[in-house]
Design a protein around this ligand. Sequence first.
Ligand code: GLY
Length: 337
Amino acid sequence: MKTLNLHNSQIHFFLPDRLESEGSVLVVSDSQVAPLYLKQFLSQIHAPQVFSYILPSGEESKNPKELFSLLEYALACKLDRKSLMIALGGGVVSDIVGLASGLYMRGIDFYSIPTTLLAQVDASVGGKCGINSPQGKNLIGIFHQPSKVFISPLFLSTLPPREFNAGLAEVIKMAICFDSSLFSSLSSPQWVKQNIEEVIYKSISLKAHIVEQDERESNLRASLNYGHTFGHIIEQEGDYKKYLHGEAVSMGMVMANALATSYNGFSQNKEVIELLQTYHLPTHYHINHLSSFFDALFLDKKTQNRKIKFILPKAIGSYEFAYPQEEEIMEVLRDFV
Ligand code: GLY
């Protein structure tokens, strides 16, 4: 059975039949996942006390109110510093539980059991966790590594196809920046279905290699944000309801590619669009208010001293960090109005 070690986090590619904990355990799930998996999962935990908490499903739950309700529940359960929180769900659950466990009594352990493809390949690995605010996505958060992550493709059997495809957008992101042979393999949905464990393992290994070198995103880790600079604004403009995260990233990558075409002559946007469309991912975002879309770029976490940092592909399998002039960015955005 495969395991990857990443800082103080162990990423296991199986789901154990039995989980033991010295301290009490609080399992957090959401209203979509809990009916499918929570009862069975709770019966597998052996701990002095086991509690559970269910969040409303969806990105809208990543807000201060839900975070504080969860923290208050943890206090009511009298969790202590030996206690453990477990996130059983998708990226939203792992983001809130990561943040809540990092804040509770200045930090307790948490495990992540991602049940969506997106959470398996991205959100549950690497320790980024946070909530959204009216100003933007994930602007309030911390780095807090789960001590264990358990990844099982079995969960994917109940995942709606739209969510599966949105998760693949993050795999496509990794392939464009780092791995041209993975990009070629992804062109066959049949191959992807038959080799999903390998796809997940490959994508996480690529991510782990980056996070290992730059956990706190002083530079290199920003490469994992390809497509997200625009994608986060798209998600926010859709009130986190209209598009799934991966769908917004899909459109964000196409916008970043248009900028790359102008900035460094990137010539493979057509291939990227074809691959995204293979998985029914949206590839064109219509900007309603150009100036507010543009202004939102200055709240991106990578922007410093009004210099917006982009991750732009140079060719499939390689990327660069770029700081295009404001006028060049505007010029590209005008094509999306
Ligand atoms: N999802 C980007 C990162 O973990 O850095």
